[in-house]
Design a protein around this ligand. Structure first.
Ligand code: HAM
Length: 412
């Protein structure tokens, strides 16, 4: 038997109905907030991610599915912000004075050790707003995220908020961290020792227990933020207050991608185990320029759909399947069921299915129960001659003999 490869999985019923539900909710909320869909390719040039996400990030150094094609190096997208920015620049939207508001739903690929909520191929729903530095947009993006998670039936969530400064003030902070950390480097894990030299901010994200006392003693970025970043962050918090979005200040939240500036945030859910971060995002005011476009301020988030579906209650499920099961009691009745009954029902937009297996009526009724249909139409030889069928209500067991047209009318 050939199985799905490690880190990937098939999504079948009933889980797939949850996916359909959360995908529909994503499209609905994006329409409400005025976001248009963008679909970027799954394949991109490797350089896009190396430049976009950062050469020394975990994603770029360890997690990308990269392979040569001719002379090119190609990568399966590990995230969609860099591709979205590539498309933004490629279509010249960086020269458009208007704001661009996009959303996406699709598969991303990261080569990480698989576990609950962490896969090689996973789904993301994300939004990106390009073309404004207005802090009210930061609040809008966060509000959309929180309202979306709630619309998916999840009320227990925690929004964590931070600012990581900008190219003016962050270098002073990272230099200070580096100086403090170099003195402690020997006590820290091997990853942190590397981070201290290459990307000291990422030390704040270390989960190794023994490193925590050193990290806890580091100063927060607040004391280093420049006037502009400070004012921006205060404004974001003020706008969040208008829509009653509650959050915790997470002074150590630095995120794993290098493009972030100013506002960063994550939403964590309880009950997901180690992979409890369902969504993350922030500003990336320098990325458009980094990828060859006109300087353009931008912000967005991405949410992991696999994790959301794991946490979503059973009620967050698309109603599925057929509503009427059509059971035929003879060969002639089957011809009538197939040729006439089901086509009339479908014309009336009533979902239905004929029983193809043609076992006993008893077996067909058991099948109808399993399918959880509301109605069964029984087609018998004699009634059929008079254009009649038996309509059975599966909820209360009542049944009546009706002209086919009457039965259809009753189901509309
Ligand atoms: P990220 O934090 O790398 O951000 O990923 C966002 C979400 O994708 C995570 O919170 C998690 O739910 C999900 N995720 C990530 N890796 C995996 C995995 N291996 N298996 C299952 N789910 C996973 C980004 O991707 C940024 N592009 C977000 C962003 C958009 N920032 C600005 N705009």
């Amino acid at each position: 038997m050939i199985r799905a490869i490690k880190g990937t999985r098939d999504i079948l019923s009933p889980e797939v109905q949850k996916w359909q539900y959360v995908e529909r909710k994503a499209r609905e909320i994006c329409a409400l907030y005025g976001y248009e869909e963008i679909r970027t390719p799954v394949l991109e040039s490797t350089e896009l991610f190396a430049r976009g996400i950062g050469e020394v990030t975990d994603i770029v150094t360890k997690q990308m599915f990269t392979f040569p094609v001719g002379r090119e190096s190609i990568t399966l997208r590990p995230e969609d912000t860099a591709p979205v920015v590539r498309a933004f620049v490629e279509y010249g939207l960086d020269k458009d004075p208007n704001i661009t508001k996009w959303y996406y739903l699709g598969s991303m690929f990261r080569h990480e050790r698989p576990q609950k909520g962490r896969y090689w191929q996973f789904g993301q729903f994300g939004i990106e707003v390009l073309g404004t530095e207005n802090p009210a947009v930061d609040a809008e993006v966060i509000e959309l995220l929180v309202h979306y998670i709630e619309a998916c039936g999840i009320s227990e969530h925690e929004l964590q908020l931070n600012s990581v400064g900008c190219s003016v003030c962050r270098p002073g902070y990272t230099a200070h961290l580096q100086e403090l950390l170099r003195a402690k480097a020997e006590q820290m894990c091997a990853d942190c020792q590397l981070r201290i030299e290459k990307n000291p901010l990422r030390v704040l994200d270390c989960k190794v227990e023994a490193d925590q006392p050193v990290i806890d003693a580091l100063p927060p970025i607040d004391d280093f933020l420049c006037e502009e970043c400070r004012a921006h962050f205060l404004a974001v918090q003020r706008y969040l207050g208008y829509s009653n979005i509650s959050y915790v200040r997470a002074k150590r939240l630095v995120r794993g991608l290098d493009y972030y500036t100013k506002t960063t945030f994550e939403v964590v859910l309880s009950g997901l185990g180690a992979q409890n971060s369902v969504a993350g995002g922030g500003r990336y005011d320098g990325l458009v320029e980094e990828l060859g476009g006109k300087p353009t301020k931008a912000i967005g988030f991405a949410l992991g759909l696999d994790r959301l579906v794991l946490a979503a209650p059973e009620a967050s499920t698309e109603s599925s399947g057929v509503n009427v099961f059509i059971v035929s009691m003879s060969d002639r009745a089957f011809e009538f069921s197939y040729g006439r009954v089901q086509s009339l029902l479908r014309k009336a937009k009533i979902s239905c299915e004929v029983d193809y297996q043609r076992r006993s009526v008893k077996a067909a009724m058991r099948q109808a129960d399993k399918k959880k249909v509301d109605w069964v139409i029984l087609v018998g030889d004699d009634e059929m001659k008079e254009g009649k069928v038996t309509l059975k209500n599966m909820k209360n067991g009542e049944q009546e003999l009706l002209l086919l047209d009457e039965a259809v009318q009753k189901l509309i």
